[in-house]
Design a protein around this ligand. Sequence first.
Ligand code: SF4
Ligand code: SF4
Length: 181
Amino acid sequence: MGITLNKCFIYLPPSEKYVPFKFRSNDVYAIPMLKEAFDNVKDQMGPCGIACGTCDLGNGTVAESALKLQEYLKNYGIASWAPAVPGGSDVDFERLDEALSWVQTYTRCFGCQQGGGPPDCAIRICSKDKGYELCSECPDLDGCENFDWLQKPDFFKDNLRKSKGKSKNEIIDKAISKMKN
Ligand code: SF4
Ligand code: SF4
């Protein structure tokens, strides 16, 4: 099994084949579990303009990465030889394993249309109250402070402005095809 700088090779029993897998959303079809998560959210978009299939929480990349790391740690017996290298005896591998199981269970997002995402998201609540499917329909988008809690509010607002007039499905298709290229 080989690991290169930007790609890992994942062992998929029982085919005994190593499948190249980048730890990005681009290769969501490389692993069945990721495909399942992706298929579940691929037609969804929050009113903020986030296409759920492009989000690494929605498409399962984060959870899948935790599972794979758990497998690597186990298959390479890392806990058994870690104490022989600097700092290795300070690592609590049992706690790490617990943390990775938690990540697999709780970082999967079903998209806010299916009850995922923060329940108190001001964008979701406000757009629903005003009857907008997407915030691009709202005349108050430019000065809206409900986006402030996102890491890059202007990025999302710009995307919404650019997609004005397009249907939700068109925007989703474009976002997904960009992700695959
Ligand atoms: S919960 Fe809020 S930020 Fe998340 S996708 Fe829905 S509208 Fe966007
Ligand atoms: S004010 Fe308009 S842009 Fe802001 S969250 Fe509400 S609907 Fe979206």
